[in-house]
Ligand binder design. Structure first.
Ligand SMILES: [Zn+2]
Length: 459
């Protein structure tokens, strides 16, 4: 950092950070993506103070400057549904159907989890996400105090929920609430929280109804899996005569602000239910896992958009994905939508960028705060290098970003005005140290000889 010796005239005080020479991805008043060339971003107190021209910003005193010529500045990506610590299980349960994946590998292994494993896993996950241009993630897991501590330390933004099953008794639900109240507004406001029942097939109607009550009483959102796949919707109909989405309605969960993970089993009959939900409802789509599990359908993005439900991009945990690459989720969402609708005009690159920015911010309850580079928004910004051979020439910048660029093209990642990665170098996490710590725990973590599971998968 080289502070300017003489403060420039004009503003009372210099900026904390000025990024110059870049093309900035902004939005117009109709939320359309607009690219502003040779632009500068001025950051003060963690907030975007101004988006101006490079010439205008030339004389501005700044604590730190980034010359971003050849790069695009875009809002940091949001991973709208993940289980960050599951990076520890990356590649452990391959080429299996959902039921065997849960019952034979993941849930037996998770019965060995310690708080230390969750912490190391979260740290590795945050390193991966920062490297991939993700500035915020919605996490749904166990021992979440450890994840909150890692978020505070590494500088990311996060929307955290302590997951629970009804098999844990009342305690699981109570702990989910205690966690949400304890950490709400934590890490200097970078942490927001949610109540996090696992799913309608592992949480009873009574527990879902109690959770909805608590959400309303405490002004908390709910984050859960629902209608993850078509099998779950069919089983719910056969057993209870209602779909998982209808379960959310009758238990009052749709009266709260709810983030639904996956929803690839959302049926035609669910659409009016979602349309009349009284709370703010959003769906997180993690398409890579659906392909891998061989699920017959994907999140019905087009139908959800027609009823005004935002669809945020996600990766789910790395045990199924196998990465936390939201960039890839963006490209896959565009491709799978074209393929499943049979319409090359849906979804366009600009629409994909709208999902990646404003809709993802809405999904995690941060509309108006992140998801856009504009005065007053938190300065969560990534700089993407488009000088590589695979991104040249640029005829359509939106298409270049969605279909040619990769997460590895992100050079710099900034959250709340703080640089977490500069020129590909992570500044807040020591990756070799984390990998070593995780490695030491592997034999004990992977032991399945005890025959225990934290839960049984039965759609
Ligand atoms: Zn999940």
């Amino acid at each position: 950092m080289t502070p300017s010796p003489t403060p420039a005239p004009g503003p009372a005080r210099g900026a904390d950070l000025v990024i110059t020479g870049c093309t900035v991805l902004t939005h117009d008043q109709d939320e359309r993506v607009v690219f502003r060339e040779d632009a500068a971003i001025v950051v003060r107190d963690g907030v975007v103070d101004d988006v101006t021209s490079t010439a205008e910003a030339a004389g501005l005193a700044a604590g730190e400057r980034i010359d971003a010529r050849g790069q695009v500045a875009m809002p940091g990506l949001v991973n709208c549904h993940t289980h960050a610590p599951m990076v520890a299980l990356r590649g452990l349960a391959e080429d299996l159907p959902t039921e065997e994946w849960f019952n034979d590998v993941v849930w037996p292994v998770e019965s060995n989890l310690t708080e230390q494993d969750v912490e190391s896993g979260a740290r590795l996950a945050c390193a991966e996400m920062i490297r991939g241009g993700v500035t915020c993630f919605a996490d749904h897991y166990f021992a979440m105090d450890a994840v909150a501590a890692v978020v505070a330390e590494c500088g990311m933004r996060a929307h955290l929920g302590q997951a629970y099953f009804s098999s844990q008794g009342d305690r699981g639900r109570e702990e989910s609430l205690e966690f949400a109240l304890r950490h709400r507004g934590g890490a200097g406001g970078r942490i927001t929280t949610a109540l996090a029942p696992h799913a309608p097939y592992t949480v009873t109607d009574a527990d879902l109804a109690a959770t909805a009550e608590l959400a309303r009483a405490h002004g908390l959102p709910v984050h859960l899996h629902a209608s993850e796949n078509r099998d779950q919707a069919d089983t719910s109909l056969a057993r209870h005569g209602v779909t998982p989405i209808e379960v959310l309605e009758r238990t009052g969960v749709l009266d709260t602000d709810v983030l639904i993970a996956h929803g690839t089993g959302i049926l035609e009959r669910d659409l009016p239910v979602l349309a009349r939900a009284r709370g703010r409802t959003a769906v997180a789509s993690a398409p890579r896992g659906y392909l891998k599990f061989g699920w017959p359908t994907t999140t019905p993005v087009r139908a959800l958009r027609e009823i005004g439900v935002p669809v945020g991009l996600a990766t789910d945990g790395a045990a199924s994905n196998n990465s936390l690459d939201v960039w890839e989720a963006m490209a896959l969402t565009a491709l799978i939508q074209k393929s499943t609708t049979g319409d090359p005009r849906w979804l366009t690159s600009r629409q994909a960028l709208h999902h990646a920015t404003l809709q993802s911010a809405q999904a995690v309850g941060l509309a108006g705060q992140v998801g856009s580079i504009a005065p007053g928004r938190r300065a969560d910004i990534v700089l993407v290098d488009l000088t590589g051979p695979h991104t040249q020439p640029v005829h359509d910048l939106a298409a270049t970003l969605v279909h040619s660029a990769r997460s590895g093209d992100v050079r710099t990642t900034i959250v709340d005005g703080r640089i977490l990665m500069r020129d590909r170098e992570l500044l807040t996490i020591d990756v070799p140290e984390v990998v070593e710590a995780l490695g030491r725990r592997m034999p004990a973590l992977l032991d399945r000889s005890h025959g225990r599971r934290i839960q049984e998968y039965d759609t």
